[in-house]
Write a protein that binds this ligand. Structure first.
Ligand code: C2O
Ligand code: CU
Length: 463
């Protein structure tokens, strides 16, 4: 397999065995609609950090004058942003108003397994559950989505996904853009396929390696554009697609800086011309619109040049504080680097033939145990098949980990930060240092959601 295929990862379409290299391209955004910003979820009362999150069925006007049947949290499509502070003790009343089972999974949150919302944590239609946890991790952009066994992909596809912002003293003192919706912008990227009635027909859209759509929605907005001031704007990118990888860049070729990974700030801003995110990965980047030549049409584009998000830089000059050189004190210690590999994970296959360590998911399956609070080194190996294989975005529940190496090499500067999901390329071996601060049974799986639902998922018990 050559390198051009290696990069296609989730761009493959698998309706039949010979179609892996068929690329479904995304239509350009025509920029007609101002980007929707998810509302910030309000507390249930003043006294405690208590929230209510309902999984609901609804109808959403994604296309003018047409109602699309969708799912949403506290609304008809996607969900509100849940803003938490480090140190908060949080109580969430999770209500299932769907007509099927669901779960509430907090992706990237360090919580006890019984609050994690994995496939064992089913809430039946009409039922509810109080979920409690304490926020003990640093500032980061996380997200939440359902995780019922075999049904994650369809429920996310239909619209169940929301953001979690964790803030802490550090994030508040760095002078970064924090004006939500103005210069601190969440961007949930999802590709969808609509049928001729403009419905999200999951079964029809699905193929074996996932749903690769031709229509981009950002925060549920069709043909979005973003109006910004001439200032530094922080974009919190989430690849919320079921299977598609995105490589983000500016159409002018200008650089931007990345300031955060999945689970927290990088130690220092990293200047990039492009960034690739596989499903469920996040990155926070800062684009300085005061520095860019706005005589040209500016847009965020994908690797193939398709326009994802045109910018309308019509606003005034804003306050533009310099980004500080020191953002965090993330460290991979030499001790962690020298630990032996104690857990080996082999990712294999494509389409329905996906396995972890040669097996498919089964709720009884416990692959490993690990002691609470003890760091171990896992090696994740993406074994090629006869077709060459594909990128598997590997995710572990309940914690954040550190990348030690990729094929023995130090990870790129912008991967030297907390991660909960990692793109593992065909043939690659990735070593990570990982510790769990809570007990219970946690999932690890491929975040191509169709792979997860097809059983590319194992479990670890933390004792
Ligand atoms: Cu984002 Cu197991 O999930
Ligand atoms: Cu996979």
């Amino acid at each position: 397999m050559d390198d051009s295929m290696r990069n296609m990862g989730g761009n493959m379409m698998g309706n039949g065995h010979m179609s892996h290299n068929e690329v479904v391209s995304l239509n350009d955004s025509t920029g007609e609609n101002e980007l929707k910003i998810p509302s910030m979820l309000e507390r249930d009362n003043e006294e405690e950090v208590a929230y209510t999150v309902r999984a609901q069925i609804g109808k959403t006007e994604i296309f003018d004058g047409i109602e699309t049947n969708t799912y949403g949290y506290n609304g008809t499509f996607l969900g509100p942003m849940l803003r938490l502070d480090k140190g908060d003790t949080v109580k969430i009343k999770a209500i299932n108003e769907l007509d099927e089972n669901t779960t509430f999974h907090w992706h990237g949150l360090e919580v006890a397994a019984d609050a994690d919302g994995g496939p064992h944590d089913v809430i039946k239609p009409g039922e509810e559950k109080i979920i409690e946890f304490k926020v003990e991790q640093e500032a980061a952009t996380l997200w939440f989505h359902p995780h019922p066994e075999g049904k994650t992909s369809e429920q996310v596809y239909n619209g169940l996904a929301g953001l979690i912002y964790i803030e802490d003293d550090n994030s508040k003192s760095l002078g970064l853009p924090t004006d939500y919706g103005k210069n601190d912008i969440p961007l949930i990227f999802q590709d969808k396929t609509f049928d001729d009635k403009k419905q999200l027909n999951y079964r029809a859209a699905m193929n074996d390696d996932g749903t690769i759509g031709d229509t981009l929605l950002i925060n549920g907005t069709l043909n979005p554009k973003l109006t910004v001031n001439k200032e530094k704007v922080r974009l919190r990118l989430l690849n919320g697609s079921n299977a598609r990888n995105f490589t983000f860049k500016l159409n002018t070729g200008n650089s931007f800086v990345q300031i955060a990974t999945d689970g927290g700030f990088l130690n220092a801003p990293v200047t990039l011309n492009e960034i690739t995110l596989t499903p469920s990965e996040r990155a926070e980047i800062v684009v300085d619109f005061a520095e860019l030549n706005t005589a040209n049409d500016l847009a965020l584009i994908n690797e193939d040049g398709s326009i994802l998000l045109p910018f309308d830089v019509s606003g005034q000059n804003g306050e533009t504080e310099e980004i500080q050189k020191e953002l965090n004190d993330f460290a991979l210690t030499s001790e962690e680097k020298s630990l032996p590999v104690t857990k080996e994970i082999e990712l294999f296959g494509m389409m329905e033939m996906v396995t972890i360590n040669g097996k498919k998911f089964d709720p009884e399956r416990i692959d490993f145990t690990q002691e609470q609070g003890v760091t171990e080194v896992w090696e994740i190996y993406n074994k090629k098949d006869m077709m060459g294989g594909m990128i598997h975005p590997f995710h572990i529940h309940g914690t954040q980990f550190k990348i030690i190496s990729r094929d023995g090499e130090e990870p790129a500067e912008n991967e030297q930060g907390w991660k909960d999901s990692i793109a593992v390329h065909p043939g690659e071996r990735v070593k990570i240092a990982i510790q769990f601060n809570h007990k219970g049974v946690y999932m690890f799986h491929c975040h191509i959601l169709e792979h997860e639902d097809n059983g590319m998922m194992g479990q670890i018990e933390v004792k």
